[in-house]
Design a protein around this ligand. Structure first.
Ligand code: UDX
Ligand code: UDX
Length: 484
């Protein structure tokens, strides 16, 4: 909090964050809460999103995160503001965070692997145009290694083209390690804060903000490229652990071993640790796949083909796990799911979020629909319109399906508000997200209305076998080799 030690130009008063998404929104809310002396403007091109951030009813914020409503309630209108005034907010700012999305490129060089940096570039151009005086520019988005060099080059060349000698910039990398669903507690109590840069004064100006609530020992200072690479590496390592345990889940099913027992046994080794060892339908979310693809692309560009192949295999296992689950469902239901109703519990890529980006539910549902299944999909937080968008409306109603392919070829889905309704007349119910509400289902009652021989596929191992007192139904649990 104490800023006296810093030269005047590094005393931060006004912050602008470009991008009011899953990272920018919660991060700035927590900084505003912990640093009442700072004024924070979060800007976004998406007017609707900004309106949602400003909605009076805090349950209508654009993203669902436990604890976010409280932090926004404490700060919004006091020192935290959401708007679409990009230029004006940059103008006032001593520090600008770039927190826009960096999806995988879908066209051109690096298509399908490299990050699409068009929005980062346009942010850098906006900062160069509107900034006044000295501005510290911070990469919050996850970016390819060496992007800071691009940002610097844009800032300086645009500045020179305006012949503006008053403007100056420092560029830092400060990747965000928050996980969705626990974003607020991750921000309030992070394992570490990483700041990469060359300009020591700028690094300390940013560190000083975090020191308002985080001890200095947890604030790591590195060079720019180490910081950029560390973010990609952290996500790649986490994803690799999920693929490792998922690969062994299949092994367990073939041999009679139990994946939860194996996870516990290996996780108790302090060198391995017990986190990220939960088998499931494969990892989703906006980061893991995108960041590994990026790492693969960068490795190949550097001529490191073996390194690229190594990380690519993490993604291959992830795709394979999703396909494997869909095939298991089809083969268990006698190789035919055409016109058979199947309940789907969970569409979010993990619990406690309404985010469904890259959710394994998308590919598993699409494969089941391709086989002709009728899906009844429930999720406590993902909205029906988002589920429709994710499944691309292709299977959204029976008329559409009939028109398109003929009824016996193509399935369709409906979104259910009540969990129980996904069981009525279903041949199977598949748990794809580990929501708390799915752990306390009254199995005996709910499964009564299913069509025999009925099946529950628990791809998250949320069901405690001793709670599953259903005589009507069979159960398949991921990585559980004990045959029914
Ligand atoms: C973040 C990071 O920034 C990304 O690099 C990381 O890998 C994942 O997390 P996230 O906050 O999840 O992205 O993205 P998203 O929820 O899509 O939010 C980005 C916001 O930036 C959107 O609201 C979008 O409208 C906004 N945006 C994008 C701008 O305001 N200006 C632009 O030029 C581009
Ligand atoms: C991840 C990183 O954890 C975070 O540090 C980074 O900033 C952004 O990317 P996030 O994608 O929000 O966060 O969620 P995370 O908890 O990492 O889960 C990612 C996926 O892996 C989810 O689909 C989750 O269900 C899956 N997972 C995770 C498992 O299947 N098993 C596990 O043991 C852990």
């Amino acid at each position: 909090m104490v800023q006296e030690d810093y030269p005047r130009r590094f005393m931060i008063k006004n912050i602008c964050c470009i991008g009011a998404g899953y990272v920018g929104g919660p991060t700035m809310s927590v900084i505003a809460d912990r640093c009442p002396h700072l004024n924070i403007n979060v800007v976004d091109l998406n007017k609707k999103r900004i309106e949602a951030w400003n909605s009076k009813d805090l349950t209508k914020l654009p993203i669902f995160e436990p604890g976010l409503d409280e932090v926004v309630g404490n700060t919004r209108g006091k020192n935290l503001f959401f708007s679409t005034n990009v230029g004006e907010s940059i103008k006032k700012a001593d520090m600008v965070f770039i927190s826009v999305n960096t999806p995988t490129k879908s066209r051109g060089i690096g298509s399908g692997e490299a990050s699409d940096l068009r929005w980062v570039e346009s942010c850098a151009r906006d900062v160069a145009k509107y900034a006044e005086g000295h501005t510290i520019v911070i990469e919050k988005s996850t970016l390819p290694v060496k992007t800071a060099a691009t940002i610097k080059s844009i800032l300086n060349s645009v500045k020179n083209s305006f012949k503006d000698t008053e403007k100056s910039f420092a560029v830092l990398s400060n990747p965000e390690f928050l996980a969705e669903g626990t974003a607020i507690s991750d921000l309030e109590n992070p394992d570490r804060v990483l700041i990469g840069g060359e300009d020591q004064d700028a690094i300390e100006a940013l560190a000083n903000i975090y020191k308002s609530w985080i001890v200095d020992e947890k604030i790591i200072r590195t060079n720019l490229w180490s910081s950029e690479l560390s973010k990609l590496a952290a996500n790649a390592f986490l994803a690799q652990r999920v693929s490792s345990i998922n690969s062994l889940s299949a092994f367990c099913e073939e041999t009679g071993a139990n994946i939860d027992e194996v996870s516990k046994a290996i996780g108790l080794d302090k060198r391995i640790g017990d986190k990220f060892l939960k088998a499931g339908p494969g990892f989703g979310g906006s980061c893991f796949k995108k960041d590994i693809l990026n790492l693969v692309y960068l490795s190949r560009s550097l001529g490191l083909d073996e390194v690229a192949d190594y990380w690519e295999s993490v993604l291959q296992i992830n795709n394979w796990q999703q396909k494997r689950i869909y095939k298991k469902i089809v083969s268990t239901l006698f190789g035919n799911i055409s016109n058979k109703q199947i309940g789907i519990l969970g569409f979010a890529f993990k619990s406690n979020t309404n985010d469904f980006r890259e959710s394994p539910a998308i590919s598993i549902c699409r494969d089941l629909l391709e086989e002709g299944a009728i899906l009844k999909i429930h999720d406590p937080k993902v909205e029906a319109k988002d589920i429709e968008k994710a499944l691309e409306n292709e299977f959204s109603d029976i008329d559409n399906c009939n028109n398109k392919k003929g009824r016996d070829q193509c399935g369709y889905f409906v979104v259910e508000k009540e969990i129980e309704k996904t069981f009525y007349d279903s041949h199977a119910v598949v748990i794809l997200t580990e929501w708390e509400e799915y752990k306390i289902i009254d199995w005996e009652n709910f499964t009564k209305n299913m069509i025999a021989p009925s099946w529950i596929f628990d791809t998250r191992n949320v069901i405690d076998q001793s709670d599953f007192k259903s005589n009507n139904c069979n159960i398949w649990k991921i990585g559980n080799g004990i045959k029914n």
